[in-house]
Design a protein around this ligand. Structure first.
Ligand code: MCA
Ligand code: AMP
Length: 491
């Protein structure tokens, strides 16, 4: 059976000495990563499932690689998750252990789990366990993703989907072990963890993680050996802003970007304005790819293809894509002018279902294994996909994070100062969409402050789910059925 991470145990001297990951001063070669992850894999072998305290550190990489090696499904946790979100994920995924850095302070909700500290300098025992490659259909990762209502669902990602999606990207981008990727994405989602870490590791290349995004750090790495940049549109927007200044740093950034082999944006649409500003300042085009936690990557602009701002390219190798009408029938002529339909996809890149949610899993698929993405799109004559919107207005994409309005509304309603609440997304130049909370205070004379409500949501769910704006109303607009009319809120 072919290995998910063949480069890890390549064994040849030059491959083993190659740098695999770099987090600031902390680097691990392939040999060091293989040794540390094998040592940890031996400690967790047989565990049903493990949680990973997914800080942006080498410890997280060792923990995830160890779980993959041992064939134990890993559940990456956002270390900034609030109490309610963490409690839900832990109850739902029922891990037997949590893997964390020795210095990490874990919240009480994880106290009942067997804690295993990750030692990135550990050496595997010479007579260590030999790990057979698990079956391609076995679960590799369970990644939590928000829906319109209710708490996040765990998408079960089999090894087969990860391998297929990474190989399709390698094909599209001529991505090889010679590439050095730089990024600053969180390691508890598909973009940062699967594309941004497992991608380079599968190919025998390197990844440098910035810890936190800054245009200076991007410039530094791209002018000292890094060849590719992955980011969400917010990061490229900040790059476009920085390029627009007259500071010397803007020239350095432009030169660094111009020298990169590939600049890739994903997780949300990159506005054409930002595409154009970056192209004007650097002579380089950012290319987009389109994916989803449940499907991994579906489409992308190829490295040797025509970049076309406003599109996410054509389906990747192995991915079938169609546009369907409201009733689910495929569009007669999807490339016709004005033709728009929901994207459905099928292929080896798809997840295996939502953990403990057969209802939600069944609802996510149409007949014959087609997955309903909920994204609305048009198709150019040559098959390039143009995403024009989303079916559900209750899903917000902010900073590249998918956030369900219902989850935030429930959290707001738990605040004693809130009588009624509705949450919407509004266009935001930096975040793409900004979370707006519409609140009817329990006591109009003493409404809870904006900061108080933001802190409340951040502490229960996660900081990126906090409302950035709060608007106070006397009543929420409702229709005859009593349903909140969100579309009339902005009016
Ligand atoms: C501020 N902070 C707070 C509060 N206010 N913390 C607690 N309570 C509060 N009330 C903290 C934040 O935690 C953060 O801390 C800092 O203040 C700044 O917060 P914020 O403004 O939210 O951060 P930002 O700088 O605006 O973040 C922008 C970002 C981020 C870096 C672009 O949104 C990001 O990393 N996005 C990536 C999302 C992603 O990877 N999505 C992929 C999903 P601190 O600074 O210490 O953190 S996978 C996917 O979509 C599919 C598969 C795909 O296609 O990729
Ligand atoms: P997530 O559930 O966090 O995995 O987010 C998946 C969603 O992100 C998709 O359904 C799309 O709506 C959106 N998305 C990802 N990449 C792009 C892109 N390049 N352009 C537009 N939307 C995107």
């Amino acid at each position: 059976m072919t290995s998910l991470l063949p480069a890890l145990h390549d064994g040849s001297g030059s491959a083993a000495a190659r740098e695999a990951v770099r987090f600031g001063e902390h680097t691990l070669t392939y040999a060091q990563l293989a040794a540390a992850s094998d040592a940890l894999a031996a400690r967790i072998a047989g565990a049903g499932r493990v949680a990973v305290w997914a800080t942006p550190t080498a410890e997280t990489v060792v923990a995830v690689v160890a779980a993959l090696r041992a064939g134990v499904p890993a559940v990456p946790l956002n270390p900034k998750s609030g109490t309610r979100e963490l409690a839900h994920i832990v109850a739902d995924s029922a891990p037997s252990a949590v893997l964390a850095g020795a210095g990490d302070v874990l919240p009480p909700v994880l106290a009942a789990l067997d804690r295993k500290d990750v030692d990135t300098a550990a050496a595997a025992a010479a007579d260590g366990v030999v790990f057979p490659e698990p079956s391609p259909e076995s679960s590799a990762l369970i990644v939590y993703t928000s829906g319109t209502t209710g708490p996040p669902k765990g998408a079960i990602l089999p090894r087969r989907a990860i391998a297929a999606s990474l190989d399709a990207l390698a094909d599209a981008w001529q991505w090889t072990g010679d590439d050095v990727l730089v990024h600053a994405l969180p390691l508890f989602h598909v973009h940062g963890l699967i594309l941004g870490v497992l991608g380079p590791l599968r190919l025998g290349g390197s990844v440098r993680h910035l810890g936190r995004f800054s245009t200076e750090a991007v410039a530094r790495e791209l002018s000292s050996g890094a060849t590719m940049l992955f980011g969400v549109p917010t990061m490229y927007h900040r790059i476009a802003e920085a390029l627009g200044t007259t500071a010397p740093a803007a020239t350095e950034l432009a030169e660094a970007l111009a020298g990169a082999r590939l600049l890739v944006s994903g997780s949300a649409a990159l506005p054409v304005h930002d595409h154009e500003r970056i192209a004007a300042a650097t002579g380089r085009r950012v290319i987009e790819r389109y994916g989803m936690t449940e499907t991994l990557m579906n489409t992308g602009i190829r490295a040797d293809g025509e970049p076309r701002p406003g599109t996410v390219g054509a389906p990747l190798r192995g991915v079938e894509l169609r546009l369907v009408e409201e009733d689910g029938t495929p569009l007669d002529d999807p490339t016709a002018e004005d033709a728009v339909g929901e994207i459905q996809v099928r292929g080896p890149n798809l997840f295996a279902g939502y953990l403990n949610r057969p209802d939600a899993t069944a609802a996510a698929f149409a007949e014959d294994g087609w997955f309903r993405t909920g994204d609305m799109a048009a198709l150019d004559a040559d098959g390039y996909v143009r995403i024009v919107g989303r079916k559900a207005t209750d899903l917000i994409k902010s900073g590249g994070y998918k956030i369900g309005a219902g989850e935030i509304e429930n959290a707001l309603l738990d605040h004693p100062g809130v009588r009624e609440a509705a949450v919407t997304g509004e266009p935001d130049p930096d975040l793409g969409e900004r979370i707006v909370a519409w609140v009817v205070p329990a006591d109009p004379a003493a409404p809870p402050t904006e900061a108080e409500l933001a802190d409340h949501v951040a502490a229960l769910l996660a900081p990126h789910k906090r409302p950035r704006t709060v608007r106070y109303l006397e009543v929420l607009p409702r229709n005859d059925m009593g349903k909140i009319m969100k579309r009339s809120l902005g009016a």
